[in-house]
Ligand binder design. Structure first.
Ligand code: CAA
Length: 258
């Protein structure tokens, strides 16, 4: 499918989706969110794809929801359309692992999009923020909820109330990103992490996602039970037999997602 606001490339079992509205610092307008939603759904269904990397440009992962598109909307329109309630959330329904590779600005909806990925690798140029307060509004794609879970109440309040930006070093220190790499190496590092994930059993990768994400939704005892049952269920798969046999035979496992 031909896209105008994103670029999709599939190589070696890794789909790389690059946000591509350079004139608007990749601001998330309806067209981009629709195309991103379609590309993510395609990648999730494509048997050749085992991991997804979502990235932007050197200057901006995404500078937020498109302010020009939103500025004239009324409450009634926003409410009736359930604005940001559908395509903006597709990424949370993707079952394959998704890595955000963030350079430059990840602000408002851009920060929220990165947080909906499974983990974030940041370039040393990355700047995260939830500056919606400067526009007289509040975050709308999960910022108040997800950032708080990542960095705790105090820093989340600071970010949302002052609208200040957090650099990559602070983001790593606060647990928002998993690693920081030099900007020039960002895509290489993210794609190499994705290639490593792509070598694993997809069944196990999907189970990891379900289990970790469940920890946000449930109590510890229910989460532990959910994880243990998932662990038990892996013993119904060929990949478990292959993984454990390969360990004992001191060879590399050949997973077949069965
Ligand atoms: N929406 C629409 N257009 C945007 C945009 C956005 N979020 N961010 C940047 N742009 C556009 C600018 O309007 C400008 O376009 P023009 O040349 O046509 O004027 C172009 O991108 C380049 O931007 P700047 O000239 O402003 O670049 P800069 O380097 O001087 O500043 C910046 C960069 C600090 C990121 C600044 O652009 C900025 O503050 N952007 C807005 C950030 C923001 O408020 N994001 C939150 C949006 S609301 C939201 O996301 C709600 C939600 O939770 C769902």
């Amino acid at each position: 499918m031909a896209y105008e606001t994103i670029v999709v490339d599939v190589e070696d079992h890794v789909a790389t989706i690059r946000l591509n509205r350079p004139d608007a610092l990749n601001a998330l307008n309806s067209q981009l969110l629709g195309e991103l939603s379609a590309a993510l759904t395609d990648a999730d269904r494509n048997d050749k794809v085992r991991c997804i990397v979502l990235t932007g440009s050197a200057k901006a992962f995404a500078a937020g929801a498109d302010i020009k598109e939103m500025s004239e909307k009324s409450f009634v329109e926003m409410f009736l359309q359930d604005f940001f309630g559908h395509e903006a959330m597709t990424i949370t329904r993707v079952r394959k692992p998704v890595i955000a590779a963030v350079a430059g600005y990840a602000l408002g909806g851009g920060c929220e999009l990165a947080m909906m990925c499974d983990f974030i690798i940041a370039a040393d140029t990355a700047k995260f923020g939830q500056p919606e307060i400067n526009l007289g509004v509040v975050a709308g794609i999960g910022g108040t909820q997800r950032l708080t879970r990542f960095v705790g109440k105090s820093k989340s309040m600071d970010m949302h109330l002052t609208g200040r930006f957090m650099d990559a070093e602070e983001a790593e220190r606060s647990g928002l990103v998993s690693r920081v790499v030099p900007a020039k190496k960002l895509l290489e590092e993210a794609q190499s992490a994705a290639a490593k994930i792509a070598e694993k059993s997809l069944l196990a990768s999907m189970a990891v996602k379900e289990a970790v994400n469940r920890s946000y939704e449930t109590t510890l005892s229910e989460g532990l039970l959910f994880e243990r049952r998932l662990f038990h269920s892996m013993f119904a798969t060929d990949d478990q037999s292959e993984g454990m046999a390969a360990f004992m035979e001191k060879r590399t496992a050949q997973f077949r997602d069965r």
